[in-house]
Design a protein around this ligand. Sequence first.
Ligand code: PLP
Length: 353
Amino acid sequence: MSRWFSERFAALAPYTPGEQPQDRQYIKLNTNESPFPPPPAVAAAAAKEAGRLALYSDPECAALRNKMAALYGLAPENIMMTNGSDEALNLAFMAFADETRPLIFPDITYGFYRVFAQVNRIPFTEIPLRDDFSVDERDYLVRGRTIVLANPNAPTGLSLPLPAIERIAAYSRDNIVIVDEAYVDFGGESAVRLLERYDNLIVTGTFSKSRSLAGARLGFAFASPALIADMNTLRYSTNPYNVNRMTAAAGIAALENNDYFMNNCRLIRETREWTRRALEAERFTVLASEANFLFAADKRIPGKTLYEELKRRGVLIRHFDGPRIREYNRITIGTREQMEVFMTKIREILGGI
Ligand SMILES: *Cc1c(COP(=O)(O)O)cnc(C)c1O
């Protein structure tokens, strides 16, 4: 740390992104990207915009928001487009949480929540998941808090049924409830339909996972027009051109090809269930994921060792060193062929111990 770095951030522990090593070709099952490329029309749309890079992008993202509104059955005023959904989450935290409304979220969840709370100096409480890693909805029936839930949760993959989300939003209309639906296209139930009844609800989503655009950085928030306007006040105070021209064009083309992506999600779900059965046949404990990854552990081998042994064999998965989860690994679902290689390596490693 230089002697000029602000004291305010001296204790900040930044988010650790999953590794993106360049030393060799890995089967990458560590950052929940899609194994399928976007269709050629998406790359073509981005390439076409590349010719107009001298001009700023549309800060309103009007064309993209109109397409989103049509697809999700919302009005454009219900939608804000962002540079990945990470930005949507950060803006929501900035806008709707502070000393008077501290944040609460599970102890095991997306690591960025704690970082965004710290960088914005918002007090927060991490609520332990149950021993089976499920969220106990009663922990969120509280007043005077801003609530954040990933649904499905990460890295567990477990989801809360929609009625539980509704009871949490209904319990105190003074609380803002942020539901992070980064993985909802892989099986969970979206809270989008609750928006018309709950003006204290924010739903965030991303094109990074189900729509194969992690590298383009495109996310969104859905909420009442008043909440969207507040978040836009902060967006226009930080980075109004947050979605670049090529990404906005890629996003529009992606929505025009939505069936392709939803079909990929179906393939990924099938491959997830195939992988689950294969891991269970090897006596792994596997959580009931509704996302594009599995969270799994095996008593015979420490989580970190399994991660390291797979990496030596050219397969990357994600290991988190948290106290309750260090025996587990998060395994992104790739293509069926990739998962067959993964299982072959697993059997090889287990056979050798
Ligand atoms: C991947 C992910 C996000 C956001 O990713 P972006 O690439 O910034 O859209 C948000 N929440 C969870 C739980 C995620 O796993």
